[in-house]
Ligand binder design. Structure first.
Ligand SMILES: Cc1ncc(COP(=O)(O)O)c(C=O)c1O
Length: 393
């Protein structure tokens, strides 16, 4: 059945930032936010700003904002509201959770991470390994930047305790078979630890169907405010001893892993972002993004080298490219001057870039559902111009 068509023009009117002439093809670095998110953030600060648990109106309202954010997170991730927690961003949460997990690891235990990951799902394990004498192994990639599952199987052992991997690559857009990797992790007796930051704006997440034990994402990548979010399977969160201050509540269970006062205004905005995504619908988002991908791939000038999956399948609409002669920085700067926002560099996907031998990284063109066919055409025209013999870059 055909997915409902997106009325992109109508959606875009809800994003004040999109009124400027800049083409926002920087979604993998952070997305713009719709009116309801902005209103929720501002509304909280104007009307309910307080700390939690107090015997007065604004504090009670703040308690409600936090409970609603947990319910929204549960709906977004397919878990129970007490299995989630918030923090400043994914990286901070991952350092914190990995340290809690590390308390049950013994010297010589092994962690398998991947070369497809953003460093936020690699460095915490390297640091933990350093502190606790663990071994970290990195899963290799195939030629088109997919996870090499044979290599993963090879790297699993009786000592593997955690398999950390991305749902999708923020550099080359590869989507992984999360369930398959989680099953392999579980067969080895390890936890499946999923970085869903890049995938979250592009498709539905169901932590139970995915088999995730831990999953992290960042609402600022899916039309919400700057914030990090995690899911932890109840049995796992109950088992771990958190790094927490003694007076902080032990319930709900996810809260034990949140430290200090949360950005309540961001939690208010987060719930609005989840409602926004629900109202647009994943089928429509995916169909539109696929069409943008197809258009981009069909029109990409042959002089550019595309890294990662060659077709629109098994990927997000995120494309890493190299110009025949110009550095990623030069190309992105030239596009920026022509009113198109894209990222140069490695976007912290260090191992992917190493594997591709791209010391300066690549140009990343990333679409989300609020981008238009016209924007795809616009970036293709400019890329073509910048790569034309004697071109202007
Ligand atoms: C795949 C992926 N993982 C992790 C992160 C880190 O997220 P945060 O900025 O919330 O720490 C990013 C940010 O770009 C990302 O793209």
């Amino acid at each position: 059945m055909a997915a409902p068509a997106l009325d992109v023009a109508a959606l875009r009117r809800r994003f004040p930032a999109l009124a400027r002439p800049l083409a926002f093809l920087d979604g993998p670095g952070g997305t713009q936010v719709p009116d309801t998110v902005i209103e929720a953030v501002a509304g909280y600060l104007a009307e309910s700003n307080a700390n939690l648990g107090g015997p007065f109106a604004t504090s009670r309202e703040s308690d409600l904002v936090v409970s609603r954010a947990r319910i929204a997170a549960a709906a977004f991730l397919g878990c129970s509201p007490d299995e989630v927690g918030f923090g400043p961003n994914m990286t901070t949460l991952n350092f914190a959770l990995s340290r809690a997990a590390g308390r049950e690891l013994a010297p010589g235990d092994e962690i398998v991470a991947t070369r497809l990951d953003h460093d936020a799902n690699v460095a915490p394990w390297l640091e933990l390994a350093r502190d606790r004498d663990l071994v970290v192994r990195l899963v290799e990639l195939t030629g088109d930047c997919r996870l090499d599952l044979a290599d993963l199987e090879h790297k699993l052992s009786g000592r593997t305790r955690i398999v950390a991997f991305p749902w999708a690559s923020n550099a080359v857009g590869t989507v992984t078979d999360v369930r398959r990797v989680a099953d392999l992790a579980h067969e080895a007796g390890a936890l499946a630890w999923v970085d869903a930051v890049h995938f979250a704006p592009h498709g539905p997440i169901d932590v139970r169907a995915a088999g995730a034990d831990v999953l992290l994402c960042s609402p600022y990548k899916f039309f919400g405010p700057h914030l990090g979010l995690f899911y932890g399977r109840r049995e796992v969160l109950e088992r771990w001893r958190p790094y927490k201050v003694r007076p902080a509540d032990d319930e709900p269970i996810g809260h034990r892993f949140e430290t200090g006062t949360q950005p309540h205004e961001a939690l208010a905005g987060f719930a609005a972002a989840v409602e926004y995504v629900r109202s647009v619908g994943w089928d429509a988002i995916r169909a539109h993004e696929r069409e943008l991908s197809r258009r981009f791939l069909d029109g990409l000038p042959a002089r550019y080298r595309l890294h990662g999956p060659a077709g629109p399948d098994g990927r997000t609409p995120t494309f890493a490219l190299t110009h025949p002669t110009r550095s990623a920085w030069e190309v992105a700067k030239a596009l920026g001057e022509r009113g198109i926002a894209v990222w140069p560099g490695n976007y912290y996907a260090l191992e992917v870039m190493r594997r591709l031998g791209l010391e300066d990284g690549a140009v990343r063109v990333g679409f989300v559902h609020y981008n238009t066919a016209e924007e795809v055409e616009r970036v293709l025209v400019e890329l073509d111009d910048l790569a034309a013999p004697g071109g202007a870059a």
